[in-house]
Write a protein that binds this ligand. Structure first.
Ligand SMILES: *Cc1c(COP(=O)(O)O)cnc(C)c1O
Length: 423
């Protein structure tokens, strides 16, 4: 049996209708911005393997540091114990995070980083005997696939079977260009409810919702309103962190800093699963008490996994080199240049960019983004040309590892243009 047949016999893939999906491509090797399949075909990883990869695949420095850690201490229980990689990573993250952030709570993926943030906010109020249990979230949001994450995310085809089981959220419009006032008014109305615990948002870019972008000014206003209403603000930086938006964190574009920040995806350079939730001191302080019931009773078996922390530390080392932000600036400039060239293409409904993220909204008669029939066709078109770009419905986006070359970016842009011309 070949690997595809063995896969079909034994494996269940994410977000995939396995009855009709084409057989998966078997990847045997990753190197820099490239993957190689079992037939020797090369692909450019144009979406950083679901937005996680930062410095390229199979990076020798990351491999070396992780291997060293594996030979020293691979993992240890994190309740009652600690270790150098976890402490050092917390110190280094706090140095990079906005100044108001003061503690790091570890978990192991983006959804758990979000769960932790919501539970911190709910229990903050519970510990103070103030009944605040509502959450404000943006329409069209994505915060992960666990029940808390689904609850604060957009209600759509993906979570329909669970809709009755999700907790209530006050959804407000995203302050995209021209809708700022509407969003601000909706926030003011939402804050009229006196039981709001927190406001969670993807800062500046809604990823899974279709790379929807909005301004830092609008978000600053919304955060200020929450602050005035004593509502905890949570930035879900799972996708936007680690340079994606052109700054280290999307929150670095803001004047008003969030109280809690969720991190994952790029945190380890895309090598190991790890989640982290940072918080301001006042949140942490609300859990310090002689009463044991005020404890944050949350943890995962792999909380602060030492190997994952060592990968994250190695990734931070690479970020300290001038090349890292040099590459981010280079990709940003290349994206801008191509955007200017393609923006007015007749088959584009919209095109937008922030930092290393470039997105194209293909003009189509169909409304539903995700189940849009165009998506499969788009994927195939790029796969044939040795490029991995998995659209979100009719939204094609380029979100590459920072090591991608100018030549490979030009090759992707050329294919995007060819695709637009073919419609
Ligand atoms: C991907 C993502 C998540 C979920 O992260 P997982 O590691 O896939 O669970 C949460 N929030 C945002 C903004 C994301 O992009």
């Amino acid at each position: 049996m070949n690997i595809q047949e063995r896969d079909k016999n034994a494996v269940w893939h994410p977000f995939t209708q396995l009855k009709t999906a084409p057989l998966p491509i078997a990847i045997v090797k990753g190197e820099g911005a490239y993957f190689y399949d079992d037939k020797g075909k090369r692909y450019i990883d144009g979406i950083a393997s679901w937005w996680v990869n930062i410095h390229g695949h199979s990076h020798p420095y990351l491999a070396e540091k992780i291997s060293e850690q594996l030979h020293t201490l691979e993992h240890a229980i994190f309740s009652g114990f600690t270790h150098e990689p976890a402490v050092q990573l917390a110190e280094r993250l706090l140095k990079r995070l906005p100044e108001n952030q003061s503690k790091i709570f570890y978990s192991d993926n983006g959804s758990t980083a979000v769960e932790v943030s919501l539970k911190m906010a709910f229990q903050y109020w519970s510990n103070r005997d103030i009944p605040r249990t509502k959450v404000i979230a943006f329409e069209n949001a994505y915060h992960g696939d666990t029940f808390g994450g689904m609850s604060v995310g957009a209600r759509n085809a993906f979570n329909l079977p669970f809709s009755k089981l999700l907790f209530d959220v006050i959804a407000i419009p995203v302050p995209v260009k021209g809708k700022e006032e509407e969003a601000i008014q909706a926030m003011k109305d939402a804050l009229e409810h006196h039981d709001v615990s927190s406001f969670i948002f993807e800062p500046l870019v809604q990823g899974a919702g279709g790379m929807v972008m909005y301004s830092a000014e609008a978000l600053d206003t919304l955060i200020q309103l929450c602050r005035d209403g004593q509502v905890i603000t949570i930035a879900d930086e799972v996708m936007t962190g680690f340079g994606r938006t052109g700054k280290f964190f999307a929150s670095d574009h803001l004047q008003n800093k969030p109280d809690i920040i969720c991190l994952s995806k790029g945190i380890t350079g895309g090598v190991m699963p790890l989640g982290a939730t940072s918080c301001a001191q006042f949140i942490y302080d609300a859990f310090l008490d002689d009463d044991k019931m005020k404890t944050f009773f949350h943890g995962h078996s792999y909380t602060a996994n030492a190997t994952a922390c060592s990968a994250a530390l190695a990734s931070m080392d690479l970020f300290d080199l001038p090349e890292a932000f040099g590459n981010i600036e280079r990709i940003k400039a290349k994206h801008e240049e191509f955007l200017a060239k393609i923006r007015s293409h007749s088959n584009l409904a919209d095109a937008r960019q922030l930092g290393t993220i470039l997105a194209f909204e293909i003009r189509t008669g169909e409304q539903t983004h995700y189940l849009n029939s165009l998506a499969e066709h788009i994927s195939e078109f790029f796969i044939e040309r040795g490029i991995i770009l998995r659209p979100l419905g009719n939204i094609v986006y380029v979100l590459p590892p920072y090591c991608i070359s100018d030549e490979d970016l030009d090759y992707i842009y050329g294919a995007v243009e060819e695709f637009l011309n073919s419609l």
